[in-house]
Design a protein around this ligand. Structure first.
Ligand code: ATP
Ligand code: MG
Length: 433
């Protein structure tokens, strides 16, 4: 696509960059530098041995209750590993926000091993093991893709082996299995070398994996943005090539992934990648068009980047923004534009938002909040909140007004809103994603 870095975008990277350095042992480092192996043909999946890497991860990042769960499963003769995002985050030196366990044990066996557990889900049954303070550890039986011959199918549950479970995942960095007992990573897909090269790569042919599930396009952008990873050149090309398929994806899933791009602490970088790959043209063409208007520091396009930076600054400050605020800030300049020349701001913004509700499955609550905030924005900016003070939207509107004001300041990046003492504890809890 080749879009140049715009005004207000500051130090945004090119999404295909790659960097090094991970918390893996010297052995792992040496082996991980070899090129990744292509996925094995499905029919031979059960014969495939993984590469094993001895690793050292930050001990305090691993929840002690997760250790207990894994230990009990293994002591009872099952295979059990940490899997997915938590392994990726640990290897990148980040504290995981939750932990997923994959095991050879079937859901009933898992439930029998843990008194405080329950089976959930219909399409694929999982076990939630419950701990104090509402902590939940999710334990899933190894799965395979349904078309795989020889799979054991029980009421829509397609159980598989550890390697099959790895191959069904989306990106190599998300398909590493961590054996906590021996501190070994099991790698069937070349994920370790991609962790080390800091690159997002699909398991298998990128176009195929994106057409299979277009939401993976947004997931690739999310991981590249949030974790500051490069995107493999073929994957980048496939994102550009397959982006239109996002129109066929389930709208609530797409909406949720857009919110995740905004929530992850790197909204600005993530949206930049979405724009640079043309994905934003498909999802939010009006916003994408506006981003071209960035010839001056005070053009709408430049302000959008600063409004996104406001979202990121709130994340750093430990402030969790409501989805209403996230949608409003993402679309602020387009919403303002929709009101231009209209006497009745509420009606003008209402029409615009209705279109979005239809297209993106934005919830009714968020849409109503957006309408109210934008309708009163000029009054808010001049310190006259009126009836809004009594509504739920008032706190949301203050964020929007502040981001709007700061985005007009050319020069320093938007600052976080002032916090009071009660925010401090929350900030501590959320400082690491
Ligand atoms: P996050 O930190 O955002 O939660 P995550 O990698 O843990 O990232 P989840 O949505 O929690 O993402 O999914 C857990 C795991 O399930 C992923 O790491 C990946 O292995 C697998 N997964 C999730 N979504 C898909 C998908 N659409 N296609 C294939 N595998 C997926
Ligand atoms: Mg997760």
């Amino acid at each position: 696509m080749g879009r140049s870095t715009p005004n207000g975008a500051g130090d945004l990277p090119r999404s295909r960059s790659s960097r090094a350095s991970v918390a893996v042992s010297p052995t792992a480092r040496a082996a991980a530098s070899e090129p990744p192996r292509p996925p094995a043909p499905k029919e031979n999946a059960n014969l495939v041995e993984p590469r094993r890497y001895q690793v050292v991860v930050e001990h305090s990042f691993v929840d002690p209750d997760v250790r207990k769960v894994l230990k009990r499963l293994v002591q009872n003769g099952h295979e059990a590993y940490l899997v997915g995002g938590c392994v990726r985050d640990l290897l990148l030196g980040r504290k995981p926000k939750d932990f997923d366990v994959a095991t050879s044990a079937h859901p009933e066996d898992v439930r029998d091993l843990f008194r405080n557990s329950r089976i959930i889900g219909r399409r694929f049954r999982l076990v939630h093991v419950l701990f104090q303070q509402r902590k939940v550890i999710e334990v899933a039986t190894f799965r395979t893709t349904p078309e795989n011959e020889g799979a054991l199918i029980r009421s829509d549950n397609v159980y598989g082996t550890a390697d099959e479970d790895a191959y069904r995942r989306d990106f190599t960095i998300n398909a590493l299995f961590y054996d906590l007992e021996t501190n070994h990573i099991l790698d069937w897909v070349g994920g370790m070398s991609d962790i080390q090269g800091r690159v997002v790569r699909t398991i298998g042919v990128p176009d195929v994996r994106f057409y299979e599930d277009p939401v993976r396009i947004l997931r690739a952008i999310k991981f590249a943005g949030r974790l500051d990873l490069g995107i493999d050149a073929d994957v980048h090309e496939a994102i550009v090539y397959c982006r239109e398929s996002l129109k066929q994806a389930a709208r609530p899933r797409v909406a949720e992934e857009i919110l995740r791009l905004l929530r992850g602490g790197q909204a600005r970088r993530s949206l930049y990648i979405a724009w640079e790959t043309g994905v934003l043209d498909v999802l939010l063409p009006e916003l994408s068009a506006l981003l071209y208007e960035n010839d001056r520091d005070d053009s709408p396009g430049a302000r959008v980047w600063r409004q996104l930076a406001y979202i990121d600054a709130q994340h750093v400050a430990g402030e969790v923004l409501d989805d209403t605020v996230l949608w409003t800030l993402l679309l602020l300049e387009t919403l303002k534009e929709a009101c231009e020349g209209h006497r009745d701001r509420s009606a003008a913004v209402g029409d615009f938002v209705e279109g979005l509700v239809e297209r993106l499955a934005i919830t009714r609550r968020c849409a109503d909040g957006m309408r109210r905030i934008i309708a009163t924005l000029p009054r808010l900016r001049s310190g006259k909140a009126g009836k809004l003070v009594r509504s739920e939207s008032y706190g949301f509107a203050l964020h929007v007004a502040e981001a709007d004001r700061l985005s007009e300041e050319v020069g320093p990046r938007p600052r976080a809103r002032q916090r009071d003492a009660s925010d401090v504890d929350r900030a501590g809890d959320q400082a690491v994603e």
